[in-house]
Write a protein that binds this ligand. Sequence first.
Ligand code: ATP
Ligand code: MG
Length: 546
Amino acid sequence: MESEFTNFIHDIIEKDLEEGVYDKVHTRFPPEPNGYLHIGHAKAIWLDFSTAEKYNGLCNLRFDDTNPTKEDIEYVESIKEDVRWLGFDWEDRLYYASSYFDQLYEYAIQLIKQGDAYVDDLSADEIREYRGTLTEPGKDSPYRNRSVEENLDLFIRMKNGEFPDGSRVLRAKIDMSSPNLNMRDPVLYRIAHVSHHTTGDKWCIYPMYDYAHPISDAIEGITHSICTLEFEDHRPLYNWVLEKIGFKNPPKQIEFARLEVTNMVTSKRKLRQLVEENFVDGWDDPRMPTISGLRRRGYTPEALKDFCLRTGVAKSKGTVDIALLEHCIREDLKLKEPRIMAVLNPLKVVITNYPEGQIEMLEVENNPENPEMGTRQVPFSRVIYIERDDFMEDPPKKFFRLSPGKEVRLKNAYFIKCEEVIKDEKTGEIIELHCTYDPATKSGSGFEGRKVKGTLHWVSADHGINAEVRLYDYLYIEDEAGGEPKLNPDSLKILTNCIIEPSIANAKPGDRFQFLRHGYFCVDTKYSTEEKLVFNRIVSLRSSWK
Ligand code: ATP
Ligand code: MG
């Protein structure tokens, strides 16, 4: 499927190849290691890598690590893990913008010598004031016309650590009255006396993104530099830098619309805040829209890639309904995972006419939609658990599950009829049901007698395995009035007393199942222990996606 997908970026690439603008395709994914990757990055990774793949090209992984104050090696490692998990391979092309610091510095010297860059002594606030607005042109800095010699001297001294942070910057000399604010003498270098995670204390000046990015692309021989729409207005600067330095056959920047999904936020800053304020239990909390969170929740790389494909690549902004993401994971798991019985909120049922001590092994299909998955044996016995919600003492008319005097089918087993409701003497809470079963009604026996409307899942009490199940609601609630989404205070529900059929006995962290009627679940990789499995609900079964 992937080789057939196409979009406006591929149209541009095909035209470039046809016209001989480039004779190959080379892309890159350039994350800044200042947080964990989120679902929006998954889209960028998918687009960068699968586009290269489609044209037999290459895609680099490049850490855009030009801002040491916010960056950390922990993020570098998590990003590598996430890209690999999605199924993409940068082979030996792992790069860091920081490994180009020497070249970036030399090119800055070149720009100064050409008269295309100058050292400015204005403060950050003054620079902002002088920049003007969308409706007013900017003003030239009083330092704009320094001589090349003076600029060289000051820049070298900036590099040598002679000046404090914020006292001077290197700026491109372009046009203070440009209608594009990015072209009003943008800052190229700033002073920051901080250690860098790869270069240590070698540098106390650091290049700005708009300067480092095009040069990094050009050094690596990138042909198509795909980025998100907010960089569209930076493209003239991207091209200016490459032209002034004189790269032959420079890369081409192409922008597409960011992926935004309802009930999710895709801002590292906001996600970091959730982690720092302990609203979630880390970047990989199963509610987080991070790749690591989705992985821990139980999402598959296949489902995420399918989602990227289905959401398309557009030039205009839009928000995708989270229901589409949920649809993609259901579709992926439908034929892959076994369907088993789990009682999340148990109510004890004693089948009074079933022989004490008797156990029947029932043969059950692992996945009725995929017979190749074979069958398993599920034990049936006198005492079972059913879902508390599946019984009502005083049911409304259309309640087809269990109630006093009514009959239902137990999935893959027998009809049972509720004969007696046992309650706690003090609280009045229902603690147990006494039922009878009809031996003639065994599932698969060809019983053609009376019909029942309800089929309930159940677990044999002596055989069931106690587990914890975590149900999730959206982390963010959309504001119907169109404002900012709000944090959902009730996004996590922990059920500690669930009983699951014994086929999960050997389940390992990361294993997935469908629990009949409840949805798809994944064994949690963080909280599961030898003694107790913890399951995350990936998604419920009901689909609202059309
Ligand atoms: P954030 O705004 O969350 O901090 P960012 O854009 O600053 O994200 P980077 O690490 O710079 O994060 O992003 C790496 C690449 O991923 C960039 O090319 C960026 O355009 C792309 N990207 C980031 N967010 C999205 C998104 N929501 N949809 C598609 N691509 C994205
Ligand atoms: Mg960025």
